[in-house]
Ligand binder design. Structure first.
Ligand code: AHR
Length: 502
């Protein structure tokens, strides 16, 4: 039988709430329709933001939101998105479907959205087709409280007080859509651009995010770190606060893309292995970062992660609209448990993307909205936000799947404590076999179950649709027995469990 041992006295570190972050790009129906419908819409809204979506996002306690891209960020010119809406420039969104972008959602609208969500702001700047001046003026526009050309413009546009920018990304995927740069070239650009992210508010520092690698591109990480640490005062720790990593779960690689909803057991396991593989990436990119930054002052920002499947039949291929099943729920559960366990280095992560794009937590169709199985995982895992990770280990766990050197354990977990309550989150990755698990505490203190919930479908392909929006949802679960010295829990096949004890 599998055994989970928890050392409740061994706190490893804080799970930053930002690990539970989200990403919203001007892509397909993410911003327009999915979030922003405008004040004149028949869809109930507050200052143009749809109420149903904001309410659903508030339930999962979004800590931080990244905007405006993605690839879109490196062709976005912020001045086109401020001032009277009728005067805003229209542009072509060349990355995503070639549609007209009317810039009706710009800086003020993004800040309003984050205000309604109660979350931190992560703005991604334009290095690929922008200038240092454009970026530094954006920072000035958003954050300078006094008088200056840009601060005065912000006030003219109706916002007297400066906005808060918590994180600023210096370009996006500059090894690809953000300019096809070499790591050495990008690193030098990064050093220059970040010099002009002025900290106008000492009490609200803007944390700088340097563009990191794609998947297994360890060369990029090494070269960028090396160049950023060359001739540097160590106190500046390489001029960066975080280094990004992008990794998508692609069961068969980039091609062929597989259906989001039609899959067999083999594709289920290949997908979950691809998700589980992110742990290798965190370890290996982390080891390179350790060479330059052994004290781990620079955080890893996994600001694009999640599944990337074939688009739903009949939808615009450039809009990346995909359905979401129990397989996505398990991908989320596996990934979030891994991020928690690496909270010494992973300080921020954004699932791609928040609404109607890739592994979305919300899908909309006109005035209808559904919460996906992935939304439910974020709801269950929210108690880890800001909690202390506890030392825990699983033993006696079988493999759910093996393929040459690939091994996928049947159970994954993470355990944290906050305000005296211990939260254990577990995934059973098997398509058909329930697992018995004993949970023991090394201090032998007896703990009571406060709450236990499960997310499980009747089939691994179960999903929520506009016709059947609540097919998959969180339910109370009582499949555990108190054994005196611990608990025995049945973890059903293809399920995610949240167990809370005190
Ligand atoms: O999330 C979709 C796209 O994937 C982003 O625009 C880009 O950064 C990445 O390649």
């Amino acid at each position: 039988m599998a055994r989970l041992v928890v050392d409740a006295n061994n706190k490893i570190g804080t799970i930053e709430p930002e690990i539970y972050g989200h990403f919203s790009e001007h892509l397909g129906r993410c911003i327009y329709e999915g979030i922003f419908v405008g004040e004149d819409s028949d869809i109930p809204n507050v200052n143009g933001m749809r109420k149903d979506v904001v309410d659903a996002l508030r339930e999962i306690e979004i800590p931080v939101l990244r905007w405006p891209g993605g690839c879109f960020a490196d062709e976005y010119h912020w001045k086109d998105g401020i001032g009277p809406k009728e005067e805003r420039k229209k542009m072509i969104n060349t990355n995503w479907g070639g549609v007209v972008e009317d810039n009706s959602f710009g800086t003020h609208e993004f800040m309003e959205l984050c205000r309604q969500l109660g979350c931190k702001t992560y703005i991604n700047g334009n290095v690929g087709s922008g200038t240092v001046r454009e970026m530094s003026e954006w920072i000035e526009y958003m954050t300078l409280g006094g008088t200056s050309p840009m601060a005065d413009k912000r006030k003219e546009n109706g916002h007297e007080e400066p906005f808060t920018v918590d994180y600023f990304g210096v370009g996006n995927e500059n090894w690809g859509c953000g300019g096809n740069m070499t790591p050495e070239y990008y690193a030098n650009e990064y050093r220059r651009y970040q010099s002009f992210i002025k900290q106008y508010n000492a009490d609200k520092p803007i944390r700088r995010i340097c563009c990191g690698a794609n998947s297994e591109d360890y060369y990029w990480t090494d070269e960028v770190m090396e160049a950023c640490y060359r001739h540097v005062d160590p106190a500046q720790h390489g001029f960066m606060d975080l280094l990004s990593l992008h990794y998508y779960t692609l069961p068969l690689g980039w091609l062929p893309k597989v259906s989001a909803t039609e899959f067999d057991d083999e594709l289920w396991y290949k997908t979950l292995w691809a998700a589980y593989h992110i742990e290798d990436l965190i370890r290996r990119h982390g080891a390179i970062m350790d060479k330059y930054d052994p004290e781990k002052k620079v955080g890893m920002s996994i600001d694009e992660w999640g599944t990337w499947f074939e688009v739903e039949p009949g939808t615009n291929p450039g809009f990346l609209y995909q359905q979401n099943t129990m397989r996505d729920a398990l991908v989320a559960g596996v990934s979030l448990n891994i991020f928690n366990k690496h909270c010494d280095r992973v300080k921020l992560a954004c699932i791609a993307q928040m609404v109607n794009v890739l592994q979305a937590v919300i899908l909309t169709d006109g005035d209808k909205m559904v919460k996906t199985p992935t939304w439910h995982v974020f709801r269950m895992f929210r108690h880890h936000q800001g909690a202390e990770l506890l030392l825990s280990s699983l033993t006696g766990v079988k493999d759910a799947y093996t393929d040459e050197d690939k091994k996928l354990p049947v159970l994954t977990e993470s355990v944290s404590v906050k305000d005296g309550v211990i939260t254990v989150t577990l995934n059973n990755l098997s398509t058909d076999t329930d697992e018995e698990l004993t949970i023991q505490f090394s201090d032998e203190v007896k703990r009571e179950v406060k709450e236990c919930n499960i997310l499980k479908g009747s089939d691994i392909r179960d999903k929520n649709t506009f016709e059947e929006p609540e097919k998959v949802g969180i339910k109370p679960y009582d499949g555990y027995r108190d054994e005196g010295c611990g608990l025995t829990l049945t973890v059903p096949a293809a399920s995610v469990i949240e167990l809370r004890l005190f």
